[in-house]
Design a protein around this ligand. Sequence first.
Ligand SMILES: NC(=O)c1ccc[n+]([C@@H]2O[C@H](COP(=O)([O-])OP(=O)(O)OC[C@H]3O[C@@H](n4cnc5c(N)ncnc54)[C@H](O)[C@@H]3O)[C@@H](O)[C@H]2O)c1
Length: 252
Amino acid sequence: MNRFTGKVAVVTGAAQGIGAATARRLAAEGAAVAVLDLTAQAGQDVAAAIREEGGTARAYACDVTDGEAVEAVFAKVEQELGGLHILVNNAGITRDHLFFRMPKSDWDSVLTVNLTSAFQCAQAAQTYMTRQKYGKIVSLSSRSALGNRGQANYAAAKAGIQGLTATLAIELGPYNVNVNAVAPGYVATAMTAATAERTGHAPEEHQRLTAERTPLRRVAQPEEIAAVVAFLASDDASYVSGQTLYVNGGAR
Ligand SMILES: NC(=O)c1ccc[n+]([C@@H]2O[C@H](COP(=O)([O-])OP(=O)(O)OC[C@H]3O[C@@H](n4cnc5c(N)ncnc54)[C@H](O)[C@@H]3O)[C@@H](O)[C@H]2O)c1
């Protein structure tokens, strides 16, 4: 499949995990990919691996909580890679605590990185997308949006992504911009490994316990989320907009 030939994609938080898998998948199908992360160094390996496989990619430093930095880097991407057609809002963090002892600073940082950054990136991207009457915005929500112990901040941010998505689909639809979200369950990445350690489990043990209560009896790999992001970023999903697609192995 070469669904993204001639398209330029920005993937935030793309140095590892789901973002890295998404960058590789979009590039494998022909997109020129801007690998954004906190430092350009962080994204170098992913960009280099893409180029070794014959794709086009460049690593950029961008803290997506900094609106001015986002605007500047998007302008640079447009100039250097020749456009901006796809935005994947993937950068995210967790700062889990039970609600009664959650510091306001951890509420703020999780809302800022997971939700406000998506607002800022989408606002910067829509300038290019509405002008060219073509665009795809896909944001990472989470199964936790439905509620998850110890994650009042993260659940609120990821539910916010769903509301943002539904609203941007209404406002940007007339400009041929599709806006959707993916809500994964448990994916084996550094983020869930950190959660495992915080709860006193080895990552493998934590995954096994999660798999036991998941209908497909396993956790997801980043590539399985990337495949769904790629679908929503492609013209295969040309009449899909404003949706949040749960990708969670059948869990309710
Ligand atoms: N892993 C899961 O089980 C899971 C489940 C549901 C949703 N998600 C969501 O998927 C996305 C990716 O998760 P992951 O598991 O791959 O996480 P990860 O921790 O492996 O990777 C996140 C990346 O985001 C980058 N990042 C963090 N803050 C940033 C900032 N301010 N600016 C730019 N980059 C920043 C990090 O440097 C890192 O490279 C996140 O939005 C996460 O909330 C993950």
